[in-house]
Design a protein around this ligand. Structure first.
Ligand code: G1P
Length: 294
């Protein structure tokens, strides 16, 4: 039985890259095909055995809370029509997990958002899932990260090799090999380095399994890149003082929904994999690109 049961999902960002869509709608609620992006993330947490989900929210996140709540009126209307299939779709999000919320009163950075989880998490290791990264369910990485955390203790980040020009969008890790091919020891971390300052091409992607030791370190972490309290900086302190930060190397399918182009790519890739849409959509795309579709 894993001792990691809690997932923390920061969702307090303003989503300015998707304005005007995000003026009154949280970016986490933008759909990928027909499901809000954030539901994929909660489903991933639940599939990894994390049945307790804490959202760190901010202002204007009411529709996110409503999405994971019951909608009694809609349920009654669908039940009266005997529309069992849609009724199940509506209740899915509600029945997934035990969901909790805490508000981040000021947007002081990802490190600060994680610190807002302290009281709820207590003295247990916990997972953090960032909503901009979707991991294909066929390539689930959280179970492996939890396993690695149980074996080595400390904290575990998820690392992925990216193109040199991309590293400045991520936390970058300096690493040493371990006896396991997909596990490294992290010796240093730099938040969003210029390519010539990056310690490697290994980027931290949005999955973490953290030891509660991170909380006191976050409390004493000064604002870093962008004037924000960075989770990467706190993990760097833990990596350097020998408390142990390991990395799991991820080579699976990951869809970034954080900017417009990658959001479109994520939507197309997920739609192509859908049983109900994939075949027809693929044909249409092929025709479109061949110039046959007007
Ligand atoms: C955050 C982290 C960064 C990490 C990235 C993964 O950045 O600060 O270290 O590499 O998530 O998606 P953000 O994308 O929120 O700016």
């Amino acid at each position: 039985m894993s001792s990691v049961t809690k997932a923390v999902v920061p969702a307090a960002g303003l989503g300015t890259r998707f304005l005007p869509a995000t003026k009154a709608t949280p970016k986490e609620m933008l759909p990928i095909v027909d499901k809000p992006a954030i539901q994929y993330v909660v489903e991933e947490a639940v599939a990894a055995g994390l049945s307790d989900v804490l959202f760190i929210t901010g202002r204007s996140k009411r529709s996110l809370e409503d999405h994971f709540d019951r909608n009694v009126e809609l349920e009654a209307a669908l039940a009266a029509k005997g529309d069992q299939a849609r009724l199940e779709l509506v209740s899915q999000a509600t029945d997934l997990a035990r969901i909790h919320y805490v508000r981040q009163l000021e947007a002081l950075g990802l490190g600060h958002a994680v610190l807002c989880a302290e009281q709820h998490v207590g003295n247990e290791s916990f997972a953090v899932l960032l909503g901009d990264d979707l991991i294909d369910q066929r390539d689930a990485v959280l179970p492996r990260m939890i396993e690695v955390q149980q074996r080595y203790g400390g904290s575990v980040v998820c690392l992925m090799e990216v193109e040199p020009h991309e590293i400045s969008q991520y936390g970058a890790a300096a690493v040493e090999a371990t006896d396991e091919v997909d596990v490294v020891r992290v010796t240093d971390l730099v938040e969003k380095p210029a390519v010539e300052e990056a310690p490697s091409g290994l980027a931290v992607i949005g999955r973490y399994v953290l030891s509660p030791d991170v909380f006191p370190v976050l409390r004493s972490t000064a604002p870093g890149r962008g004037g924000e309290i960075q989770l990467t900086d706190a993990l760097r302190t833990l990596a350097r003082d020998g408390s142990g930060v390991h990395g799991v190397l991820f080579r699976g399918r990951r869809y970034d929904t954080g900017n417009k182009l990658s959001y479109l790519q994520a939507t197309v890739r997920i739609a192509l994999d859908r049983e109900d849409l994939g075949v027809e959509f693929r044909q249409w795309l092929q025709d479109l690109l061949a110039g046959a579709e007007k």
